[in-house]
Each structure stands twice: as C-alpha cells, then as structure tokens.
Design a protein around this ligand. Sequence first.
Ligand SMILES: C[S@@+](CC[C@H](N)C(=O)[O-])C[C@H]1O[C@@H](n2cnc3c(N)ncnc32)[C@H](O)[C@@H]1O
Length: 287
Amino acid sequence: MKPVMGTEAALAENLANWDERARLHLDSYRAEAFADDPGEVELIVADSVDLMRPHLPGGSVDGLQVVHLQCHIGNDSISLARLGADVTGVDFSGEAVAIATSLARRAGLSERVRFAQARVEEAPQALGGRQFDLVYTSVGVLCWLPDMAGWARAVAALLKPGGLFFILEDHPMLCALDWDAEGGRLVAAHPYFWREQPLTWDDGVDYSSPVTLQNNRSHEWAHPLSELFTVLLEAGLSIESFQEHRKMYWKANDALQPTATGEWALADHPERVPLMFSLAARKPDTG
Ligand SMILES: C[S@@+](CC[C@H](N)C(=O)[O-])C[C@H]1O[C@@H](n2cnc3c(N)ncnc32)[C@H](O)[C@@H]1O
C-alpha cells in the first residue's frame, strides 16, 4: 500500500512543479510576444467576458476592480486590463508572480495590473482586506485546491457587497475520464467525487510543452459540482447562472480534435460529455 501523503507535503510538491512550469510557460505560451501586442486578448478571457456580460454593470469589465485568482504568468490578467479593468492577480507561485509582473511591465500596464503571491485561502489577508467588483478565475484551477470551503470563503471575502464571482473551468466529469487508445473510447478512469488523498501524477508531463519537468510530481484533488455549489452557497453567494460547454482550451485527452476557432472538442458525438462549465454568483448587497 502507498503511504498516505500529507496535504502540506503535497502542496509543497505542487509549488515546485508550478514554479518550474511558470518558467517553461514563458516560452510555450509565447508570453513575451503576447505582452508586446496591445491588441491581443486571450480567447479564454474574451469568451469569459461574453458569458459574464449579462451579469456585469454595462455589460463589460471596463472600469471594474478585478481580482484574478490563480493568475499564473498573467496573460489572462493582462487581457482583462486590456479590456479596461484594474486587475490584481494572485498566485502561490513566486516564479509565476515574478514573470507576470515583468510581463505587465513589458506590456506597459504596470499601473493597471499588479500581482501578489499567496495561496487562495490567504488572498484576503495578503491583499489587506481590499474588496473587488469581480473575482475571476479560469481553466485548471480547482483541482489544485485541497480546501474548497476555505477557497469559497476567500472568494466571498474578496467581493464587495453586490460584487460578482465568475469561473470558467474544466468540467470535473471530463477530468474523471481518460482515453483508452486500444478500445478507442472514453473510460471513467479517475475519481469524480472528493476523497482526501489526492491523485498523484509523476510523469512530468506539461500540457503546453514536450519538455519533461524535473519537479515531476503533482497532486490533484477531485471536486464534484455538488461540492462547488455547496461551498459557494455556504459562503453566502447566490448563484445567478450555470452552464456546461462542449469545447475546451487545451487537449485534455486524445478524443479531442482542434476546432476551427482554436479550441478543442469531441469530434465524434460531442453531446456525450461536457468539457467545461461556467458559473456566475453574486455576493448579496445587504446595504
Ligand atoms: C493551470 S494554472 C491556471 C492559470 C490559467 N488558466 C493559465 O493557463 O494561465 C494553475 C495556477 O494555479 C496556481 N496554484 C496552484 N495551487 C494554488 C494555491 N493553493 N493557491 C494559489 N495558487 C495556486 C499555480 O501556481 C498555477 O499558476
């Protein structure tokens, strides 16, 4: 039987893994070219804004104070700033925060985008209790969090009364599936429901690059949709919309094919399984 790994030890390995990926992603995301082009906005952010539009004052992020959780090297934070937001990105990786800060400077957006190093649960304290119009997070975020209740309390604490929370994320059902090349079908291979022991990967594979990571071990926690709804409701947010999507932004398994518009989708019967979900929730305005 494998020894059970403690949560802190798992988070320490995740941090080393993400620090290394941040350095790798500076190239594999072509992040400097992105920073240099003032007209470029990441597709994920453009799609997020379209999904958020009915929930935003004036239908845009222009002029909003935004906190971007798990911002990684800041491409999406810079995109939000290019759409007119004032953005604070938060990530637990010091390497990611350093690269994001230099990219924002390179993009000429230092005044409008800044970054802080903190675990999500510690973000309210790290940002001195500041509150925002919008808490934004997207794509590949929840699986890294062992404590969803703590995350939801942080989201609520970061919002002004009446503020909006929005997430566009890989669907937990898709994350539970794997591609069986021999059988030519998707199989339920990984946990969908929460369990204390995370799922450990040790192949050093990164989704954006063929380079094998030296800090090869990472640990992911499964979070079913029921858990997401429960923690947000318990943190006092009201859910305004929830949608499931047939496309995603990276190749999660070999059943996916590129779309004409730059995403990935099941070429065969895309109605079989959701690839992503999005959710908008509001902190009640009690004033
Ligand atoms: C897949 S990236 C998401 C970023 C974004 N979608 C992108 O591709 O640029 C996940 C990010 O979560 C961060 N992260 C992982 N665990 C975290 C934690 N407990 N607190 C804060 N950030 C964390 C990692 O450092 C990484 O930058």
